[in-house]
Design a protein around this ligand. Structure first.
Ligand SMILES: [Zn+2]
Length: 307
């Protein structure tokens, strides 16, 4: 499985698109159909054997322990090189509370060549019933380039709206941008953990979501500084996922998609994915603009994703 997955990764077709003036990559990756189209409703989940539980892993599969609670496994349907699943040993639901430190530790252990990600249980995790993280090669990650252009010396279109500028923690929002994104940087593991907890509490208040607020997370580490990309979401799948006919698009945005690698597992859908449609999808699944700008009291996004 892993070999054929790696072979398939070498064959994926990509195209560059502009989402609101920012370069992103659309990837035609037929191996991802199982994850992209996964049924994640409660009944479907309860009726299938959990593919992350050790009892159901292929007998040949080995992993590397990470601490006492986690096992690092190879992902047989990679989106990027060196794609790993980091799986909790016990069958407990996907939830981020109390786990940010694990993302940070994992990111530091893997080093700057990797990114680490978390998909919320209603935001792209195809096993919402079994706690897991992922990691993969970071090289060429679109959001890194977007944020670098903002940090550089002028010329870029992006501006930085600063939410916090403390000695131990920097938090900002890039605007105007194709999705809602909050960027936090620190070399202090505890400061990031406290910031993240307070952010999640505020998001919970704002969205009144009965369970975990909808989010995706990408974490990278450039020694000694962590960068956290937090993507608050408005919904899981765009309407185009569910309709039939020529408008249908089987995309199910998760962390990598939000960070600029939009995965499309069906060739005809990949062919019909234009920059405009990609922009519409992002606008639909990100946290609605009117909520985000009020919540963070950042200036509205001119001509942006409101409505
Ligand atoms: Zn399980």
């Amino acid at each position: 499985m892993l070999r054929s997955g790696e072979d398939a990764l070498a064959e994926v077709i990509s195209k560059r698109l502009s989402a609101g003036g920012h370069d992103i990559i659309a990837q035609f990756n037929p191996r991802r159909i199982i994850s992209t189209a996964a049924r994640v409703d409660r009944t479907s989940i309860e009726q299938r054997p959990c593919f992350l539980c050790v009892d159901h892993l292929p007998p040949e599969e080995m992993g590397i322990p990470f601490g006492d609670e986690w096992v690092v496994l190879c992902n047989p349907s990679p989106i990027r090189p060196n794609h790993l699943s980091i799986v909790y040993r016990d069958h407990v639901p996907q939830a981020i509370a109390g786990r940010m430190e694990t993302l940070l530790d994992l990111s530091r252990a893997l080093g700057s060549a990797y990114l680490v990600l978390y998909n919320g249980p209603e935001c792209g995790a195809s096993a919402p019933d079994h706690l897991h993280l992922q990691a993969c090669a970071r090289d060429g990650l679109p959001v890194d380039a977007h944020i670098r252009s903002l940090a550089g010396s002028g010329g870029g279109k992006l501006e930085r709206v600063v939410l916090a500028a403390q000695p131990e923690l920097e938090v900002f929002v890039p605007r105007p941008y194709y999705v809602q994104l909050i960027v936090a940087r620190s070399r202090d593991r505890g400061a990031i953990g406290r910031w993240f907890s307070s952010m999640m509490a505020r998001l919970r208040d704002l969205t009144a979501h009965p369970s975990e607020p909808l989010i995706n997370l990408v974490v990278v580490f450039d020694d000694p500084v962590w960068t956290v990309y937090l993507y608050p979401r408005g919904k899981h799948r765009p309407d185009r996922f569910f309709i039939q006919g020529p408008e249908q698009l089987t995309v199910s945005p998760a962390s990598l998609d939000m960070a600029g690698i939009l995965v499309v597992p069906i060739e005809a859908h990949f062919d019909r994915l234009s920059a405009e449609v990609a922009g519409d999808i992002y606008a639909e699944v990100t946290l609605p603009e009117e909520w985000f700008s009020v919540w963070l009291t950042v200036p509205p996004h001119p001509g942006g994703t409101g409505g």
